[in-house]
Design a protein around this ligand. Structure first.
Ligand code: SAM
Length: 228
């Protein structure tokens, strides 16, 4: 049966790549990826020879999907990768996977690195129930709406955030609920991995390096603090 493998890449530490991921990468006839250079470097680090690549971004995914499906139907083994972590998680791939399923292609997702789960389990915030929002919207009105929604939830809320916008987001959170516990998980799996934990009103005053990749987590409303 024709197969499409969903292949996670590291989020900063090549040693997190499993032997199963390496074996699957070796047997793929072609790799679907956002940046062929990034994946070229990844394969080189793993000692795997170059593959045929199909560039696949949020802008060209619809046109590329039919090409990829035809290749798999013609017997080629395909692997979908993204620049970091797990494809489809704040990265392209959903459209391809849905269309491939409709065409009878078997989807084989491999477990592996994903930034928001790594951040959640190290955050110290409740893990029993959570909402992952991906990136916050850039437009002011939408941002405020999403932040207000997250703050009103019982469960942990998780966002991908840019170092250029984190100050603004913390200020916005401080306006809504300065007492709320938040966690910023930065540079996960890398040398300067760091968790910044505390109340918004304390974190806003704290000195920390606002660089690198980061995940923002907001604690849900605690039962003892709920008004209703
Ligand atoms: N597909 C990826 C995954 O599985 O997590 C996410 C891709 S998304 C385009 C990139 C965002 O993920 C970054 O801007 C950052 O918010 C988060 N991220 C990726 N790597 C990270 C890391 N090592 N530490 C903290 N956050 C990270």
């Amino acid at each position: 049966m024709s197969k499409l493998f969903i292949i996670p890449k590291d989020i900063g530490n090549i040693d997190d790549i499993s032997s199963r991921i390496k074996e699957v990468l070796k047997k793929c006839d072609f790799l679907v990826c956002e940046d062929t250079r990034v994946i070229g470097i990844f394969l080189k680090k793993l000692g795997i020879e170059k593959k045929d690549y199909i560039s696949f971004t949020e802008y060209n995914q619809k046109t590329k999907t039919s090409i990829i499906i035809n290749m798999i139907k013609n017997g080629k083994i395909g692997g979908l990768l993204s620049d970091s972590g797990t494809p489809l998680i704040s990265d392209p791939g959903f459209y391809l996977v849905r269309e491939a399923i409709n065409e009878g292609i078997e989807i084989v997702p491999l477990p592996g690195p994903v930034a928001f789960i790594t951040a959640l389990v190290g955050s110290g915030l409740p893990t029993d129930s959570f909402t992952f929002y991906g990136f916050l919207p850039k437009k002011e009105g939408r941002r405020k709406k999403v932040l207000n929604e997250a703050i009103s939830k019982r469960e942990t809320s998780i966002f991908y955030e840019s170092p250029y916008r984190i100050d603004k987001t913390i200020k916005e959170l401080n306006d809504i609920d300065p007492e709320r516990n938040i966690v910023i998980a930065r540079e996960l799996t890398k040398t300067f991995e760091e968790f910044i934990r505390g109340k918004v009103s304390d974190i806003i005053k704290k000195e920390w390096t606002k660089k690198g990749e980061m995940v923002l987590l907001i604690e849900g409303v605690r039962d003892d603090k709920r008004k209703n």
